[in-house]
Design a protein around this ligand. Sequence first.
Ligand SMILES: Cc1ncc(COP(=O)(O)O)c(C=O)c1O
Length: 394
Amino acid sequence: MTNEELKKLKFQSKAVYYSPDPETKSVSEPIYMTSNFQYNKEHYQKIIDGDRESVYIYTRCGNPTERKLEKQIALLEGSEDALVTSSGMAAISTLIMGIVEHGDNIIADRTTYSTSHEFFEEVLPKFGVETKFVNTLDLKEVENAIDEKTKIIYAETIANPIIKLTPIKELGELAHKHGLTYIVDNTFASPRLLRPIELGADFVVESATKFIGGHNDVLGGIIAGNSEFLYELRWERLTKFGGTISPFNAWLLLRGLQTMSLRVDKACENALKLAKYLENHPKVEKVSYPGLESHPNHELAKEILPKFGSMINFKVKDEESGVEFLNALKLCCFAGSLGGVRTTLQPPATCAFLDIPEKERNEMGIYLGMIRVSTGIEDIEDIICDFEQAFDKI
Ligand SMILES: Cc1ncc(COP(=O)(O)O)c(C=O)c1O
């Protein structure tokens, strides 16, 4: 199939199509589990001539399995190219450190994944880069924060863990009006539900650990965007910081991509049913899920998402009852992370966001007694049955 034909396919066909390895005709992708590549004179000359595209040198600088994953991510995200990294945080930090310089500032939503927030708040200032935290739903507030030193606007499609949606298109228009780079973390939606590049993002970053891997067995990160910039980023930042992915992990992610749509669709279906169940449960004080009419961004969700995602949060009386509930679960899993085949839950205030001071956590909309759920692909009747017996314990 030609590249042009491939690009015309629908999402799921793109995700599974594989052009056989020319040498062996294997039906699935081989793993190039090697750290380095043997040179011959011709190969060596290409390296000396600076031809970094047609030769592999050393896996920290590029590997065929990693490159195959990058091409597949670019195809599915609708970007010119992609870079994959050892984790989502490697993707976020490498990209941002590839754009900013001492004296610059960036604008980020007040609520992002805890480690991203800590990177903005604690790490960037050590390199002379300030972050201004705003509510990206309030475009006036964002615009007022822009000054001549601002370089980036950063937001998550669905914010972790408060499940707030970002007006992706409008925020991008604002960023571009001011000549800023617009970065969207698409982890909570996944490329199955949303492709921010199509809505104007310059770069998409994602924890591939989540919906792309999908089985809680691999870490990885992606940066999708413009090929010229990503080429520079690979050589000027990624190979220097060293956050390269292992070929085996790249292969697991390639495999995960093939079933991502099926998993995400089933998890979304389960999430909608679970959110409705939770909304009517006497021990639940509130539920946040974009598929519920009660969600403040329900209209925006209908506009930008074909399904409402598989991330929910809900409130129980207090943190202690929350932990009791989580501890009583039998089928579902009390653990960090998300986006896998198993329904996974955690109390974000005392788990992922534990190191963020309480006052700041409250400003982010994260409170004690909040439980975050990532629905998996189990049968919904069994998930609800498990929740029911766990609620009985509190
Ligand atoms: C929204 C979001 N972005 C980035 C990350 C970081 O990804 P990783 O854990 O793969 O480094 C996470 C991890 O949970 C996340 O939830």
